[in-house]
Write a protein that binds this ligand. Structure first.
Ligand code: DGY
Length: 320
């Protein structure tokens, strides 16, 4: 229809999302999953009213400043928005929205998968069975790290961090957290607040990273902070890869200072540091925290709700 707003969608989307996008917008879809470079985004934005992008799309300040003047909204199909220069967008009067809440449960599920997979050597066991190298049960085979009763330190007790805490309580873990500020008792739900990351790390038999990527959190888990962890700790990261100093974590995994790591996110995805692949004590996933059908639909609907509100002249529910 001629009067529909024009939207550039930079990724292939789940069918239900694409159907609604195509119904309500003059949408440029991306069925072949063409990867948009910075220049590609600038060129592709010509004549567009909005952009529906996703994590990793290079909407940095340089790109945002060069986007077509027709673009008035960027809706990112992600809760994390470090790939979008929000300040540069605002300076140009472009609204930026994200998808909070709808992926809390799916991501927290994957955090527990990483926690258990790392602690109980899930990937190693799977490889052994597939390779036909399992020679039978014995009492000292593939001993892992016990979970029940251990202390789980959560860095970033936002909505996803709290969903991890709820799950971990079901595994009888003792919850500790570090956040910019202490949560209200109802949200804390018995978790122990630490006012410094170092104090949190010192009690983290398990550490779950659930904080966003910001200039302050980048390289959070470096050698100095790893030294604060109890010996044999398990590290879980389902937030962003750049919160971890890969050299430091790999050294710690090799020395046994960190017993195991469950990682769903990596610096430089999908080109993770190849040394992780060679370590038996890593449980590695390809950034699938939010990858359930229901969640990926909900993320798309959330983007569309924001676009719908914007083009109807209403406030966007998730404007940043
Ligand atoms: C998010 O929403 O930020 C997830 O990491 C998926 O990109």
């Amino acid at each position: 229809m001629p009067d529909q707003p024009r939207v550039l969608c930079t990724r292939r989307m789940p069918p239900n999302v694409e159907a609604r996008l195509a119904r309500d917008y003059d949408a440029t879809l991306n069925p072949e999953e063409r990867v948009y470079s910075e220049d590609g985004l600038v060129t592709g934005s010509e004549g567009m009213d909005g952009i529906l992008c996703a994590g990793g799309d290079p909407l940095n300040a340089g790109a945002v400043e060069r986007l077509s003047g027709s673009v008035r909204i960027i809706a990112t199909y992600s809760v994390g928005y470090e790939h979008v220069a929000v300040g540069a967008a605002k300076a140009r009067g472009i609204v930026v929205t994200n998808t909070p809440d709808v992926l809390n449960d799916a991501t927290a599920d994957v955090a527990m998968l990483c926690l258990l997979g790392a602690a109980r050597r899930g990937a190693e066991g799977d490889r052994m069975v597939r390779a036909g190298e399992w020679l039978g049960w014995h009492s000292t085979m593939m001993l892992g790290v016990h979970v029940t009763g251990k202390r789980l330190g959560i860095l970033g007790m936002g909505r996803i961090g709290r969903a991890v805490a709820r799950r971990a309580r079901g595994f009888d873990m003792e919850i500790h957290y570090c956040n910019r500020s202490r949560l209200a008792p109802g949200l804390e739900d018995g978790a122990v607040w630490h006012d410094t990351p170092e104090s949190l790390l010192a009690v983290s038999d398990f550490l779950s990273i659930n904080a966003p990527s910001t200039p302050e959190t980048r390289n959070f888990l470096d050698a100095e902070r790893i030294a604060c962890l109890p010996d044999g700790a398990v590290v879980v990261n389902t937030a962003r890869g750049d919160l971890v100093d890969d050299d430091a974590l790999i050294d710690a995994l090799r020395s046994g200072k960190v017993a195991a790591a469950g990682l769903d996110v990596f610096a430089g995805e999908p080109n993770l540091d190849p040394r992780y692949r060679g370590l038996d004590n890593t449980f590695l996933l390809p950034h699938i925290g939010s990858a359930s059908l229901e969640t990926r639909d909900a993320m798309g609907y959330c983007c569309l709700d924001n676009l719908d509100a914007f083009f109807a002249g209403r406030p966007c529910p998730n404007a940043l």
